[in-house]
Design a protein around this ligand. Structure first.
Ligand SMILES: Cc1cc2nc3c(=O)[nH]c(=O)nc-3n(C[C@H](O)[C@H](O)[C@H](O)COP(=O)(O)O)c2cc1C
Length: 216
């Protein structure tokens, strides 16, 4: 592939990526899953830039990587199970409707620096925490682009109920981790599902509206 082809394909991919939320009332059958696609999407996350390693406290057990993010992956079967549990708990939001369709849910968390003192705030407003969030965001964007390149409809959600302590406990996510996004990957064929686009998709500004040239 020539450089110009790479640039052209990359710029198409950036524009092609879009939010697709797929919803259904009834649970869709659990499909045979393509582990290779999931592996490629996770691998893409692993190429995101990060400035500082995660604190040592987190680097234990199997997930002992230095990356300041963690990905907790639920396949379609687990998505249906989680849907049922949320419904049983009285959840009437869109989350169970999306879990009815999703092939995968990836709970992406970032690893805050250990705190000297705990207060009511979600995390300390330090540069290091900001950079961990930035790195984890880059990891999510890489995943969305990798999914888009494979024509997999995808959605970065704030999580709603998926960021609650009850769901964290159910999924075995430690309370020190902070959810940055619930990434939903849907089947390519969404016939029969309700599909919604991102609310701000068509409100984008021109480049000059958020960038300026600096001359000294
Ligand atoms: C950090 C983050 C959190 C988001 N959370 C939600 C969400 O909870 N609900 C939602 O409808 N869209 C959410 N979105 C998707 C945005 O609505 C979407 O990116 C925006 O409308 C632009 O559309 P596009 O992604 O198709 O370009 C989120 C996006 C980001 C980056």
């Amino acid at each position: 592939m020539s450089d110009t082809n790479v640039a052209r394909i990359a710029s198409e991919l950036f524009k092609e990526r879009c939010t697709s939320k797929a919803l259904a009332e009834e649970a869709w059958p659990v499909p045979d899953q393509d582990g290779e696609k999931l592996a490629a999407i996770l691998e893409a996350a692993g190429w995101a830039p990060f400035h500082k390693p995660a604190a040592r406290e987190y680097r234990v057990g199997d997930q002992d990587g230095i990356e300041p993010w963690r990905c907790h992956v639920l396949d379609a079967k687990q998505c249906r199970e989680l849907r049922q549990r949320l419904l049983d708990a009285g959840d009437t939001t869109k989350i169970p409707k999306m879990l009815a369709v999703a092939d995968y849910l990836i709970q992406v968390t970032w690893l805050q620096e250990p705190r000297a003192e705990s207060d009511d705030s979600l995390f300390d407003p330090s540069i290091q925490n900001m950079e961990h969030i930035a790195a984890a965001s880059a990891a999510i964007q890489n995943m969305l682009l990798a999914a888009t390149a494979r024509e997999i409809p995808n959605y970065w959600s704030s999580g709603g109920k998926l960021r609650s302590p009850e769901v964290f406990e159910m999924l075995g996510i430690t309370s020190e981790e902070i959810l940055l996004g619930s990434v939903l990957l849907f089947p390519r064929d969404l016939e029969g599902a309700q599909v919604k686009a991102g609310a701000l998709r068509h409100s984008r500004s021109e480049v000059g509206q958020w960038s300026r040239r600096v001359e000294l």
